[in-house]
Design a protein around this ligand. Structure first.
Ligand SMILES: Nc1ncnc2c1ncn2[C@@H]1O[C@H](COP(=O)(O)OP(=O)(O)OP(=O)(O)O)[C@@H](O)[C@H]1O
Ligand SMILES: [Mg+2]
Length: 479
């Protein structure tokens, strides 16, 4: 038996699994030369999902089973005893089946819930090759997966976060995070050690708006391909929050490898990528996320062709203003030389910083605030406001591919921001542009931020206070 059509090792090894599985479920493996051609020949075939279709192909071609499989898709890995095992990436393959107008999709029984997220195709759960053969012969039909009976989504969250009410002081940083969550803007927090930057970032998931069903499906596809989908919950309904360590490789962050896998930026799709201790990340790693930050997708090139993964994420960074951490602190003196400070801050290139919408200084919290027993505002209250601002954006962008304000291109900025600027806001903006020497990109960022702030305030027009608050987020203080 030979397999042609650029199979990888896992596909090559299908030979052994298929031969053994066919024998072990009471069928016979034909004693002749078999060539399995995986067309088209120029695309590399990866992974064990081809086991089941190869086995069914052999069984039908050797006339042991008479069935018309022309409008069915078979997917799944076989074990040597003929069981059909859990296989990665079932969701996007089921989605493709619907696009191609394929009526029934045969998937591993363990993955049926996942495949059933795709409406409009019949999902047939297969436990073993023997069961499938009996089904195709009409001996013991398998009942299609019942979406109604299975629909019992678990409500408990996947990622446990910190509640805003437990963070003392830092009101302006909390507000900045609220604006960021409402419009999907990138944030950089800078401040001395122990001020609460990591804590604030970890609280962010608790104020993020819920995902639409379309968004949830997009995220779930990425996790399905990566094999990270928890088996007890086929649909990821909570926004991802990823915080990779700064020793991560380029491929780990943006995706890649010999068989291209989604990186952290794709796993953060529609959610948050948190880079703690931002300057510690390697220069080339930070440069690698510049393009995806702009394009919101990432293309990984390989000899066998390109793979494009979604990467529409919100970047949240945290850093100290200098290596010792106290530069700009009103009481504690910084022990770094000016050269070390410059070198430290140079680790992040200007173009990367230009992609940050909100700069937030996180100063040390005073004793009075820390010792105060009163709880602050609960995350849920903040989340309600964020949710309302998001639904305004959804109405605005209905019928387009945009979801939040941060995604607006210059065309939409003109339409939804410049068009609704009040006169006072216009003159403030003109003044700021001249005095702060903002770049064209910064100008658009201020407008988008002002749009989000107006959305939070429930206002269609952008007024002077909205622009003033937006401008405040563009100022880099000590950091
Ligand atoms: N505003 C705050 N309210 C309540 N606790 C706080 C606050 N700020 C800091 N803490 C406490 O201090 C600890 C350290 O904070 P955190 O790890 O967020 O600091 P950091 O700013 O990330 O410091 P570093 O720059 O060293 O990473 C927190 O786990 C928390 O217990
Ligand atoms: Mg920290």
């Amino acid at each position: 038996m030979t397999i042609v059509g650029l199979p990888d090792t896992a596909v090559q090894e299908a030979k052994e699994r298929v031969r053994s599985a066919i024998r072990n479920c009471g069928l016979t493996f034909p004693q002749k030369r078999i060539t399995v051609n995986l067309a088209p020949a120029d695309i590399r075939k990866e992974g064990p999902a081809y086991d089941l279709p190869i086995a069914i192909g052999i069984v039908i071609a050797s006339q042991q089973v008479a069935a018309d499989a022309s409008s069915s898709l078979f997917l799944g890995e076989l074990s040597l005893d003929g069981q059909v095992r859990h296989t990665h990436g079932i969701l996007p393959m089921a989605a493709l089946a619907r696009e191609r107008g394929i009526g029934s999709v045969f998937v591993p029984a363990a993955d049926a819930c996942e495949a059933a997220l795709i409406e409009g195709v019949e999902i047939i759960p297969v436990a073993s090759l023997g069961q499938l053969a009996a089904h195709l012969q009409g001996l013991a039909p398998i009942a299609p997966f019942d979406r109604e009976a299975a629909a019992a989504p678990t409500a408990e969250p996947l990622w446990e976060g910190v509640d805003f009410c437990h963070i003392k002081g830092q009101e302006h940083v909390k507000r900045a995070l609220e604006v960021a969550a409402a419009g999907g803007h990138n944030v950089l927090m800078s401040g001395p050690p122990g001020a609460g930057k990591t804590l604030l970032a970890r609280a962010l998931p608790s104020i993020l708006p819920s995902m639409t069903s379309g968004e949830a499906l997009e995220v779930t596809k990425v996790y399905s391909v990566s094999g990270l989908l928890p088996s007890d919950r086929p649909l990821i309904s909570q926004r991802p929050f990823r915080s990779p360590h700064h020793t991560i490789s380029n491929a780990g962050l943006v995706g890649g490898g010999r068989q291209p896998r989604p990186g952290e930026i794709s796993l953060s799709h529609r959610g948050v990528l948190f880079l703690d201790e931002l300057p510690e990340f390697g220069h080339s790693v930070l440069e690698a996320i510049r393009q995806p930050l702009e394009d919101r997708v990432v293309t990984v090139s390989r000899a066998q062709g390109n793979v494009t993964f979604p990467a529409n994420f919100m970047l949240v960074g945290a850093m100290n203003p200098c290596p010792c951490g106290f530069w700009g602190d009103p009481t504690k003196e910084c022990t770094c030389s000016p050269l070390t400070i410059t070198r430290y801050q140079k680790r992040m290139s200007g173009p990367l910083l230009d992609r940050i919408d909100i700069f937030a200084d996180v100063p040390r919290v005073e004793y009075e605030k820390l010792a105060d027993d009163a709880l602050g505002e609960h995350s849920e209250q903040v989340r309600q406001r964020v949710e309302r601002a998001r639904s305004r954006q959804q109405q605005r962008f209905a019928g387009t591919r945009l979801i939040c304000n941060a995604e607006m291109t210059p065309l939409e900025v003109r339409q939804h921001c410049q068009g609704v600027l009040e006169d006072g806001a216009k003159s403030l903006l003109r003044l700021a542009m001249n005095q702060l020497a903002l770049s064209a990109r910064s100008f658009h960022r201020v407008l988008k931020l002002a749009r989000t702030i107006a959305d939070l305030a429930g206002s269609e027009a952008i007024t002077t206070p909205h622009v003033a608050e937006a401008l405040q987020y563009r100022q880099r203080g000590s950091g």
